[in-house]
Design a protein around this ligand. Sequence first.
Ligand code: PGA
Length: 251
Amino acid sequence: MRKNIIAGNWKMNLNRDKGISLVKNVLNRLSFESNTDVIFAPSYVHLDQLVKMCSEVSNVYVAAQDCSFSDKGAFTGEVSAEMIASFGVQYVILGHSERRENFKETNQLLKMKVQQALANNLNIIFCCGESLGQRNRKEHFEFIKLQITESLFSFSEADFSKVVIAYEPIWAIGTGVTATSKQAQEVHSYIRGIIEDKYGKQVSDKTSILYGGSCKPQNAVDLFSQEDIDGGLIGGASLNEDDFVSIINSF
Ligand code: PGA
């Protein structure tokens, strides 16, 4: 019904040779019977090469880690969704907590980025998730709802069908602390519920919701066995061939 997806978010890691060699090795080990889509999300400079390497392989896609809020113009250093799409890239990650935190990306700015991505026919992996303080104060559900509502819910049902959600509790990202499968399932099911309220059950049933935050071979099977967890957005472990392949094979 809905897709299982494992996306590797390389963040600002891997030079040309290391990136190419990682992708080559992972592709060699993928099983063709797998029902899981695999996405590599490298830095912009790798995109062209990775699209060339992956375009002939079924179920394997490439994602940018971000795109500009603007379509073009005097924005030195920015990369537009149109440029990304013109290289054959299929996905873009938007709203990662590291961008929200380090580059002050707001829900409103992200809505503009979503608009750009959709206008250029890119699929979106939209990240949301709370800080530890928000969880301790039991504000996490409301916070996540606001992130999703303000950035995504003004778009049509057809547009929303291009969105994958990644729930990434900030306290679990790169910390080695993972949300328990019960904690993650609770939030995933909440997210599916708010999508159902907005777009109906058919759409919410079809939306893949990924978990991110110290997902590793050791906890992937447990996390992915939950009803509303449809895969993972993997940071650190996606840089290691054995770990990434093992996570892909965890369904
Ligand atoms: P991590 O990162 O797997 O290293 O915790 C996940 C992410 O930030 O996407």
